[in-house]
Design a binder for this molecule. Structure first.
Ligand SMILES: Nc1ncnc2c1ncn2[C@@H]1O[C@H](COP(=O)(O)OP(=O)(O)OP(=O)(O)O)[C@@H](O)[C@H]1O
Length: 332
C-alpha cells in the first residue's frame, strides 16, 4: 500500500524534447514533445507516435508499472469507452547503462479539475461530479474501486466538457485493501472508515473532492478527526451549501451506490437552476412592475402638465379678448 501525499522522487530516466526512443521489443518509435508530469512510479511525457500524439510513461523499475499496465489492459478489454486513457503499448527503453520500462496510452488533452471550476464557475462542480459518479458506478459494477480519487488524477476534456481520469495506479478490486491513497481523500485518515475497497470508499473521496473545490489548499485533521470537523468546514463555504446533505451522506457511507449519490446531486442541481430561474423571473416581474409604475407616473405628470397648460392658454386668450373689447369700447 502506498500513501501518496508527499512524493519526492529522483528522476531516473530523463527524456528531452525531440528525443526519439524506440521500444526494444515492439520497435515502435516515439518522439518526445514535452514532460507532462511525474508521480511516484514514473514520469509522463507527451510524445508523437506513428499514429498521433500519445502519453508515454517511463518508470524507474518494472514492478512499479506492471500493476498499472495490467489494470489498463484489463479495462481496455472489458470496459469499452471509459473515463480512463486507452492503453496502446508497453515496452522497454534500452540505454547504454540501463533498461527503463515504459507504457504508452491515449493522450488526454484537458484542463486540470480545480482550475477549471475556479475559472468557469461553481455550477460546474455539480456537473462534473455527476459525470464522475456515473463512471464510478460503471467501475464499481465491474468489481473495481478507483481508490486514489483526487483532482490531480482528473482532467476536464474539451467539446463537450467531460471529466476523465488519469491514474489507474490506485484501482483496486472489491474487497481488497486500497492500493494507493492520498490522506485528504482517505476515509481512514479522517477516522471515518476502513481502507477496504468498496464503493463507499470512492464516494467518501467524492465528498472530499467537493470540499477540495472550496478549499484548494486543503487543510489538516487538527488532532480531532471526525465528521464534526469536516462538516464545520463545509458550512463555512457558500459553494458547498447546496450539497451539504450529499457530502454528509458520502461521509457516513449512506449511499448504496454511486448512482444513488448521482441522483441526489442531479436533484440538487435541478432545484438550484429552477430556483435561479424563478429568482430571475421574480426579478424580471419586479422590473416590469417598476416600469409600469414609472410609466403611470409619467402619464399622470404629462396629464397634469397638459391641464395646467390648458388653463394658462384659456387665461391668455381671455385676457387678449378683454383687451380687444376695452379697445373697442374706447373706439366707440
Ligand atoms: N494520459 C495522459 N494524458 C495527459 N496527461 C497525462 C496522462 N497521464 C498522466 N498525465 C499527466 O502526468 C502527470 C503525472 O502522471 P502520473 O500518472 O505519473 O501521476 P501520479 O498519479 O502522480 O503518478 P504515480 O501513479 O506514478 O504516482 C499527471 O498529473 C498528468 O498531468
Amino acid at each position: 500500500m502506498k500513501m501518496r501525499d508527499s512524493i519526492s522522487k529522483k528522476q531516473e530516466c530523463k527524456l528531452f524534447p525531440n528525443q526519439r526512443i524506440i521500444g526494444r521489443w515492439h520497435r515502435h518509435p516515439y518522439r518526445i514533445v514535452r514532460e507532462l508530469g511525474y508521480g511516484a512510479t514514473g514520469t509522463v511525457y507527451l510524445a508523437e507516435s506513428e499514429s498521433g500524439p500519445v502519453a508515454l510513461k517511463i518508470a524507474r523499475d518494472s514492478m512499479s508499472i506492471t500493476s498499472e499496465v495490467n489494470v489498463m489492459r484489463h479495462f481496455s478489454k472489458v470496459q469499452g469507452p471509459s473515463l480512463g486513457p486507452c492503453f496502446y503499448d508497453v515496452d522497454d527503453y534500452l540505454t547504454k547503462d540501463a533498461v527503463f520500462p515504459f507504457y504508452v496510452m491515449e493522450y488526454i488533452q484537458g484542463e486540470s479539475f480545480l482550475p477549471f471550476i475556479r475559472d468557469r464557475g461553481a455550477e460546474w462542480m455539480g456537473v462534473l461530479v455527476v459525470q464522475l459518479l456515473n463512471e464510478l458506478y460503471r467501475l464499481h459494477q465491474i468489481g473495481w474501486v478507483f481508490g486514489d480519487l483526487k483532482p490531480e488524477n482528473l482532467l476536464v476534456a474539451d467539446s463537450p466538457y467531460r471529466v476523465r481520469w488519469l491514474d489507474v495506479g490506485g484501482m483496486t478490486r472489491h474487497g481488497r485493501s486500497i492500493k494507493e491513497y492520498t490522506e485528504f481523500f482517505d476515509r481512514g485518515y479522517w477516522g471515518l472508515g476502513s481502507r477496504k475497497a468498496e464503493p463507499g470508499y470512492d464516494l467518501f473521496s467524492v465528498s472530499m473532492l467537493m470540499i477540495n473545490c472550496a478549499y484548494p489548499a486543503r487543510f489538516e485533521k487538527n488532532g480531532t478527526p471526525g465528521i464534526g470537523h469536516l462538516m464545520g468546514k463545509v458550512r463555512q463555504k457558500q459553494l458547498l451549501a447546496p450539497y451539504e446533505a450529499v457530502i454528509l451522506n458520502g461521509f457516513q457511507g449512506k449511499y448504496q451506490s454511486a448512482l444513488a449519490m448521482r441522483t441526489e446531486m442531479l436533484n440538487i442541481i435541478q432545484d438550484n437552476s429552477f430556483n435561479r430561474k424563478n429568482k430571475m423571473n421574480r426579478a424580471g416581474s419586479a422590473k416590469v412592475a417598476t416600469n409600469r409604475r414609472a410609466y403611470r407616473k409619467n402619464v399622470t405628470t404629462a396629464k397634469e402638465k397638459h391641464r395646467w397648460t390648458g388653463v394658462y392658454e384659456t387665461m391668455l386668450i381671455g385676457t387678449f379678448l378683454l383687451i380687444l373689447y376695452i379697445l373697442y369700447l374706447f373706439g366707440q
